[in-house]
Ligand binder design. Structure first.
Ligand SMILES: Cc1ncc(COP(=O)(O)O)c(C=O)c1O
Length: 460
């Protein structure tokens, strides 16, 4: 029997949630065009759509909000965040942004030109789309084990170094304005990247003079995985590991809505002074002044505290164990998932669970709809709705290797009984899984279609 760790906190404020009747859930789904992003949160019982901006802030963060200095320029809040940034990341410069995609947009605006390529282990949706929006090419070079949900390797987020070397020599470094690495690898099951791999990626990018930017959304979870799984790091603090990681990079983008444990915020950090000037001008044009980005002073204070708290090892050990608890329970009842589990989420392998639904009928979307219908649980599809794109030349659809349903666990929000309810719901769905049908897309935009597409269920 998997055990659930006692939460290292107690609950001081509660937010009611309720499971509305099945007929109402069905009508709500129809109204939302079978797109869970279009649903009203009040119609959701357990919301595992994302761990982004959905965490519970600590009493220290709420207190920090009250210290927010709302001066337009040079606020105390900015200076407090700058001190935390220096302690954890150590980059020479940073600009606050309202969230991760704003940092990605600025980076692409100042560095990426049409026809150029950006390699990474796997770009997440907004990074991928920001590159495509500027007519660049996002290239995913993760190790092959990432595509095998049954492979139990400890660092399935690693970049494949041979693929990276080959890609650079075939493309030419001049056509790669910067290279990335996402820690942990959200699109590939939330899998961590080893420090050894980060060192090698950094060495390869540096050898070719390609600036190296880390997508740092879940840097604390990744650092703790390194501590637990990589030989030689057990006695090194997670904070020191994080320092070591970022010393290998030229900059980072981050959505602080993840391991900053805030409801809004992000940043773009770098060591290059010229880049900082250009990024700053772009920030002022679109987001806000250099010392607040698109945020209020109080948001900066909450991030400053949250970034430090997310590195606390007692918290991280609970966080990873909670995810593992859900994963172990699903393994026990035979639901195919991405193993080993990542830090922030459990990913169900919808291709294996619903083998009768072909990729063009979106098996992971179909399963996420069933999770809502059966138990009012909101999850997210990470498969062909999110990542299938037409080939630029042939226009044939290129489908991703994985069809996943991500059960993202918001930080410090749900308890063991909520997770047990998720397991019970999946147990029920498993008994009638052969009767689940796929869907078709009725209407969708070209980029980031999963957010707003309209679907129709296919009948047998
Ligand atoms: C790895 C990764 N990068 C970038 C982003 C974008 O961050 P945001 O939603 O704050 O724009 C996300 C959000 O889910 C993510 O998981």
């Amino acid at each position: 029997m998997p055990t659930h760790p006692p939460e290292p906190f107690r609950i001081k404020m509660v937010e009611p949630i309720k499971l509305i009747p099945r007929e109402q859930r069905h009508s709500a789904l129809i109204g939302a065009g079978y797109n869970l992003f279009r649903m009203n949160a009040e119609d959701i019982f357990i919301d595992l759509l994302t761990d982004s901006g959905t965490g519970a802030m600590s009493q220290e963060q709420w207190s920090a909000l009250m210290l927010g200095d709302e001066s337009y320029a040079g606020s105390r809040s900015f200076n407090r965040l700058a001190r935390t940034m220096e302690e954890i990341f150590g980059f020479k410069y940073f600009i606050p942004t309202h969230q991760g995609r704003a940092a990605e947009n600025i980076l692409c605006a100042i560095l990426l030109k049409e026809g150029q390529s950006i390699p990474s282990n796997t770009h997440f949706d907004t990074t991928d789309a920001n590159i495509r929006a500027r007519k660049g090419r996002p290239v995913n070079l993760v190790v092959d084990s990432a595509y095998d949900p049954t492979d139990k390797s400890p660092f399935k987020g690693n970049m494949d170094l041979v693929k990276l070397e080959n890609f650079i020599s075939q493309t030419g470094a001049a056509k790669i304005p910067f290279g990335m690495l996402t820690i942990t690898n959200n699109a590939g099951g939330g899998q961590p990247v080893s420090l050894n791999n980060i060192k090698s990626v950094s060495a390869i990018y540096r050898k070719h003079n390609i600036p190296f930017f880390i997508d740092a959304c879940r840097y604390a979870e990744n650092s703790y995985f390194i501590k637990l799984r990589e030989p030689g790091y057990l006695d090194i603090s997670t904070r020191e590991i994080a320092r070591e990681i970022f010393a290998l990079a030229d900059g980072a983008t981050m959505s602080a809505k993840k391991d900053g444990n805030v409801n809004i915020g992000g940043f773009l950090a770098m060591n290059d002074g010229d880049l900082f000037l250009r990024a700053g001008n772009e920030l002022i044009l679109r987001e806000g002044f250099l010392t607040y980005g698109g945020l209020a002073g109080r948001d900066l204070d909450a991030i400053a505290v949250g970034l430090k708290e997310s590195l606390e090892e007692e918290y991280l050990s609970y966080r990873l164990a909670q995810t593992e608890y859900l994963a172990n329970k699903l393994n026990e009842i035979g639901i195919p998932i991405m193993n080993p589990p990542g830090g922030h989420a459990v990913y169900i392998d919808a291709k294996a669970f619903l083998p009768h639904i072909p990729q063009h009928q979106y098996p992971a979307q179909a399963l996420s709809i069933e999770l809502y219908l059966e138990g009012g649980i909101r999850s997210v599809e990470i498969g062909s709705v999110m990542f299938a794109y037409p080939d630029p030349e042939t226009k044939d659809m290129i489908y991703p290797s994985l069809e996943l349903v991500r059960l993202a666990i918001p930080r410090r929000v749900y308890t063991q009984s909520h997770l047990d309810f998720v397991v019970e719901t999946l147990t029920k769905i498993a008994t009638r899984k052969d009767n689940i049908h796929g869907l078709k897309i009725i209407e969708a935009p070209e980029l980031l279609r999963h957010f707003t597409a309209w679907f129709k269920p296919l009948e047998s």
